[in-house]
Ligand binder design. Structure first.
Ligand SMILES: [Zn+2]
Ligand SMILES: [Zn+2]
Ligand SMILES: [Zn+2]
Length: 716
């Protein structure tokens, strides 16, 4: 089977976080680890109930070694009951997860890929019967496949194989490689432990082959081809079709191409779900985990179709927190299940409040939130909301207690200041109602994106560093509002000193209203602007945003509000220069700040539509990273939609990072190595060879070199 890279379970966090406060799944066959405060009810890996009440009645005996009494085993000649099929599904997925860990890079699969090449090469076999001689092309691939295991690797029970009519008979399937599409037969084997029943033909069948539901065997090089198509912005379904169409020799002509295409696609997403990735590898080598500037980018055309998926919203006041790892494991498990058991019904009802953003682990805050269910479409509202927030800051309005704290005249004057026409005869209740509607308009989140068509979700909102590396992406069901920006910013480990969006004022006011203390620490009464929004807009220079060369002591600044690079709690929310939003709210215009001038061109490029219209998805000229990220693409399957977007963010970002690493490497002197510093930025360290007792004592000299690199990368 595929070379297995065992996940040592070692901490990839570079020692920045500890294993304290973690628990392990109680299923002895499973090694899922969760944070205690995020303890899921069911293990997302194996389905084991983790809540305390349930943990006593376990489904699998705590100790399975030495369970020698085979009296209570499966009768393989009786069809499996629905409950048994459930157990089988769950444990087969667990078996897949535990035995198949596919390396990210093709280079690590060289042996398997070489074997595939060798078996693909055809020979002409000449057969003659009587006078007739015919020549046939044959590959080296066998026609019959049987997993070699005799014992179940989950529970050590013996495996059973039988003939037709048994629970583990033989199945006819397709064998698909780059050169051939032909038929083959698989001998199934199942575990006879009635608590396990794992299906063993899906793993360990043959080197380099991936088994999709015992219906299709695919050589894994084809999955790398699909991944390359996706990197170029192609629709995964069409990528699968193009791979199928390029198979040179198709033995049979009565092939259901659509069924094959679907199997190939679901196999692909299972393959990606079993691929071992460190998502921290995509963190920008220049900005590290604490970019100074982040730029919002939306893609409303990258959406999930709602024909087959129905979103539900919890009707109780649940917490804002989402369980990120659990969400992504659930999506992966759904992809695995679709590939292992193609006839299982896909997810059709989906609790929208569990949808988590994608943020590389080291860039995540300890609490990640999604407040989308509180986004309420409020009526059109006229009034100066910025003034309303100013009045709150000045203590002239206390929205908590309008009735007792404010007099009729005060309410009148608040509304007049906000430009809301009121007649002096209005009752106090009427005035309160008007003030409330202004306030809740900010609280619910002012719309910052357009309303999606009724059969689609609202797309995706990402924030990027100036090197076009994705720092986080949020997927929205309802149309984008200021809340989505605030959710994404608060879910990040560091709120960036400068956040550039065409919804700057809405985002700043939403922060001021939902998190007043935070707003006060970040920008006082300035509402995210460079200067007092009630005064004259001024051209400024922000000392904090100038390049600093001293090194960063992360431990010393890990007070949440002080940014580790600027060493300051100051933050700004700004609009792209020349945008409509900058015209409407001139105090947020990024052109007002000297230190942001260098970013103007980049921001314009990220928001322009020119390379989208050109749609350069041709073979000759690969499209820009920005064009791929902003492609219009819709999905029918929720799992594939989320997995695709995470994959694309990773692939495109890591490509930038690989170029950065190559650049640093090329400047390395003998005896130097490329490292990531405490903020995960690239640097160069010297290997100290004199001191041989410490294995590799490295001395950081990276900081100055990095700032050279930064200039080059920003300016080109
Ligand atoms: Zn588990
Ligand atoms: Zn077993
Ligand atoms: Zn960067």
């Amino acid at each position: 089977m595929l070379p297995v890279r065992h996940n040592s379970g070692s901490n990839l966090d570079l020692g920045l976080s500890t294993a304290r406060g973690r628990g392990r799944c109680k299923n002895p066959l499973c090694n899922y680890v969760y944070k205690n405060r995020h303890k899921p009810q069911h293990c997302p890996n194996c389905g084991w109930e983790l809540s305390r009440a349930a943990s006593r009645k376990s489904k699998i005996p705590a100790s399975v070694e030495g369970v020698a009494s085979l009296e209570n085993v499966l009768d393989p000649y009786t069809p499996l009951t629905a409950a048994q099929k459930d157990i089988q599904r769950q444990n087969t997925l667990l078996l897949l997860r535990r035995s198949l860990q596919i390396p990210e890079s093709e280079a690590e699969l060289q042996d398997a890929l070489a074997l595939i090449q060798q078996l693909n090469s055809t020979q002409v076999v000449v057969t003659s019967s009587g006078d007739e001689t015919s020549a046939q092309l044959q590959t080296g691939w066998p026609c019959f496949y049987e997993p070699p295991a005799e014992l179940c690797s989950l529970c050590q029970y013996p495996l059973f194989k039988g003939g037709h009519g048994s629970a583990a008979g033989q199945e006819d399937c397709w064998l698909l490689t780059e050169s051939h599409l032909q038929t083959a037969t698989i001998q199934l084997k199942i575990c006879i432990n009635p608590q396990c029943l794992a299906l063993h033909s899906l793993v360990d069948l043959y080197p380099g082959l991936f088994n999709v539901g015992n219906k299709l065997l695919v050589s894994v090089d084809l999955f790398f081809k699909i991944r390359n198509h996706i990197r170029l912005g192609h629709d995964p379904t069409l990528a699968a079709l193009s791979v199928l169409q390029n198979v040179q020799n198709q033995q049979e002509c009565n092939v259901d191409m659509q069924e094959l295409q679907e199997l190939l696609c679901s196999g692909y997403w299972a393959f990606e779900s079993l691929t071992v990735r460190d998502y921290n590898d995509m963190i920008c080598g220049v900005c590290g985990i604490a970019p100074k500037v982040e730029i919002a980018q939306r893609n409303t055309n990258n959406a999930l179709l709602l024909h087959n998926v129905k979103f539900t919203w919890p009707d109780f006041a649940a917490s804002d927190e989402v369980h990120v790892d659990e969400f992504w494991l659930t999506m992966e498990n759904e992809a695995l299940e679709q590939a292992a058991f193609p006839s299982s019904p896909p997810i059709t009802r989906f609790d929208a409040s569990i949808i988590a953003p994608f943020i590389p682990p080291l860039m995540r805050n300890s609490t990640v939130i999604n407040t989308e269910r509180d986004k309420i479409q409020s009526d059109e509202c006229t009034g100066d909301l910025s003034m309303l927030v100013r009045l709150i800051h000045e203590g002239r309005l206390s929205p908590e207690n309008l009735f007792d704290d404010q007099t009729h005249d005060e309410l009148m004057s608040v509304l007049q200041s906000c430009g809301v026409p009121v007649s002096p005869d209005s009752s106090k209740n009427e005035l309160i109602h008007r003030v409330c509607s202004l306030y809740t308009h900010i609280q619910n989140g002012q719309a910052t994106g357009s309303q999606p068509p009724h059969h689609m979700t609202a797309g995706k909102l990402s924030k990027l560093c100036p090197h076009q590396v994705v720092c986080g992406s949020k997927y929205m069901v309802r149309n984008e509002t200021a809340r989505d920006h605030v959710d994404l910013l608060l879910s990040s480990r560091f709120w960036p000193p400068v956040y550039i969006t065409d919804a700057a004022q809405q985002v700043a006011l939403c922060t001021d209203v939902l998190y007043p203390e935070l707003g006060l620490q970040m920008w006082g009464r300035n509402q995210g602007c460079f200067s007092d929004p009630m005064g004259k807009a001024e051209y400024v220079s922000c000392e904090e945003l100038q390049d600093q060369l001293y090194s960063v002591d992360l431990m010393a600044v890990e007070t949440p509000q002080v940014h580790p690079v600027t060493k300051s709690p100051s933050r700004w929310i700004v609009s792209p220069a020349g945008s409509l939003s900058a015209d409407r709210h001139p105090h947020h215009n990024m052109a007002l700040c000297r230190e942001l001038e260098a970013y103007t061109g980049l921001v314009e490029e990220l928001h322009s539509n020119s390379d989208l219209e050109a749609d350069g998805l041709t073979e000759e000229a690969p499209p820009s990273v920005n064009a791929v990220r902003r492609r219009a693409l819709t999905f029918d399957s929720a799992a594939y939609y989320y997995l695709y977007n995470r994959l694309l963010d990773f692939l495109l970002s890591r490509e930038v990072v690989s170029a950065q690493i190559a650049q640093v490497l090329s400047a390395c002197q003998p005896g130097e190595v490329v490292i990531r510093d405490a903020l995960y930025r690239l640097g160069v360290a010297q290997i100290n060879t004199e001191n041989e007792e410490d294995e590799e004592e490295v001395e950081e000299t990276g900081v100055e070199l990095k700032s050279d690199l930064k200039e080059e990368l920003v300016l080109d």
